[in-house]
Write a protein that binds this ligand. Structure first.
Ligand SMILES: NC(=O)c1ccc[n+]([C@@H]2O[C@H](COP(=O)([O-])OP(=O)(O)OC[C@H]3O[C@@H](n4cnc5c(N)ncnc54)[C@H](OP(=O)(O)O)[C@@H]3O)[C@@H](O)[C@H]2O)c1
Length: 358
């Protein structure tokens, strides 16, 4: 049997835990290390942390211990992330796959792209940013469907998410601005980073279509809570943001418009806890809409029998599993560097042995 790829799981939050379970189940992968931040997870078997059988791998907070491991690849899932840490792994000869930026940084973050490429060259390894959105809906899947089309006037990706049960305070409060006042949201330094994070997939689509973006626009609208709203990250207080509507738009030289739209909120579809209502397409899920000589609406949804908890958990698992499934391809990709979906072969699932869920 071919040798297994040795994988480090870095951080075991919502996404990192799904990735860890995926690594243990994947027949071509072997878990060799787990880095955690929380005191209560340090010293525990990785299996105990994510509710599967024991793995024999003990989680550690010690970065040097992790760096000393003989590993092929790290699934890097912290919040916040660090370019320095990413480059340190790459320079040490460990491939990096992450749900954090940078999906296509060449235009939005050229200095970052240069640092990553340099580190990849030094370590003779690859870097790849993946995920669900960005990392799937935002660019990989629209690019796939673009192969069915000829003239494309507009591509719109819409993510619609009732986030009430998403338990990452970092993502909910810092990235999504849920629970912030409008003034705090306006001053949030993440704003620029967020725009770049949506412009990166816009650039990737443009590149994939053989054109380039000539202008970018960003629109932000929000609705405040009309009462305190309990969520997995605590109370979203009355008069703070409980629904965010972002649109990032890139217009290309070829005339195609590329739109990334997110509607993130904490209420159910009836929006009784919001100060006004928005026309939300549906409770949770994604739509890729292509307009041109072929008109497509590609809806990615969850079966109606799933609870909202299950929808959020499965939506976030797709992010973790996308990283896991990319490991063999990223480890094998030739010519060390920053690999986007435009460089890699098709990433597929791999059905193999199963760790027993408790
Ligand atoms: N591309 C996509 O589709 C997508 C989707 C969702 C999330 N993401 C990104 O994926 C990352 C993980 O998201 P998540 O939902 O798993 O978040 P999360 O549940 O908040 O997990 C983040 C983890 O980071 C670790 N951490 C704690 N303090 C830290 C610090 N000071 N510096 C760095 N890391 C620290 C913790 O690990 P331990 O618990 O192990 O101690 C924590 O569980 C985030 O950066 C998020 O933006 C991307």
């Amino acid at each position: 049997m071919a040798r297994k790829y040795k994988v480090i799981q870095w951080a075991t939050g919502v996404v990192g835990s799904a990735a860890l379970r995926g690594v243990v189940r994947h027949p071509k992968l072997e878990l060799v290390g787990v880095k955690v931040y929380s005191d209560d997870k340090a010293g525990q078997d990785a299996g105990d942390i994510v509710g599967i059988d024991k793995t024999g791998v003990i989680a550690t907070q010690d970065v040097e211990e992790i760096m000393a491991l003989d590993a092929d690849c790290v699934l890097y899932c912290p919040m916040p992330w660090s370019l320095g840490e990413i480059c340190r792994f790459l320079e040490a000869g460990i491939h990096v796959i992450t749900p954090c930026p940078y999906w296509f940084p060449f235009i939005q973050n050229p200095e970052v792209a240069a640092s990553i490429k340099k580190a990849c060259k030094q370590g003779k390894v690859n870097f790849h940013a993946s995920g669900c959105n960005p990392g799937g809906i935002a660019e990989r899947f629209p690019l796939t469907f673009s192969g069915w089309c000829n003239r494309i006037d507009r591509i719109t990706m819409t993510e619609c998410g009732d986030c009430t049960t998403y338990s990452s305070a970092g993502v909910m409060r810092n990235l999504m601005n849920l629970g912030a006042t409008p003034e705090q949201a306006e001053r949030n330094p993440v704003k620029v980073m967020l725009a770049k994070s949506w412009n990166e997939p816009i650039d990737m689509i443009a590149e994939g279509l053989g054109t380039e973006v000539v202008s970018y626009e960003a629109e932000h609208d929000y609705i405040l809570a009309n009462q305190d709203i309990p969520t997995a990250v605590g109370i979203i207080e009355k008069d703070t943001i409980a629904l965010n509507h972002y649109r990032h738009i890139g217009k290309t030289r070829a005339g195609t418009e590329i739109v990334q739209e997110q509607i993130w909120y904490v209420d159910d579809i009836r929006q009784n806890k919001l100060q006004k209502k928005m026309d939300i397409p549906r409770e949770s899920g994604w739509r890729i809409k292509i307009e041109g000589d072929v008109n497509l609406n590609i809806d990615v949804d969850f079966p109606p029998e799933l609870t909202q908890d299950e929808r959020v958990a499965q939506g976030l698992s797709t992010t973790g599993f996308h990283l896991v499934n990319a490991v063999p391809l990223v480890c094998e990709a030739s010519d060390p560097g920053l690999k986007t979906y435009l460089d890699l072969p098709m990433i597929t699932g791999c059905v193999g042995t199963h760790a027993t869920e408790r």
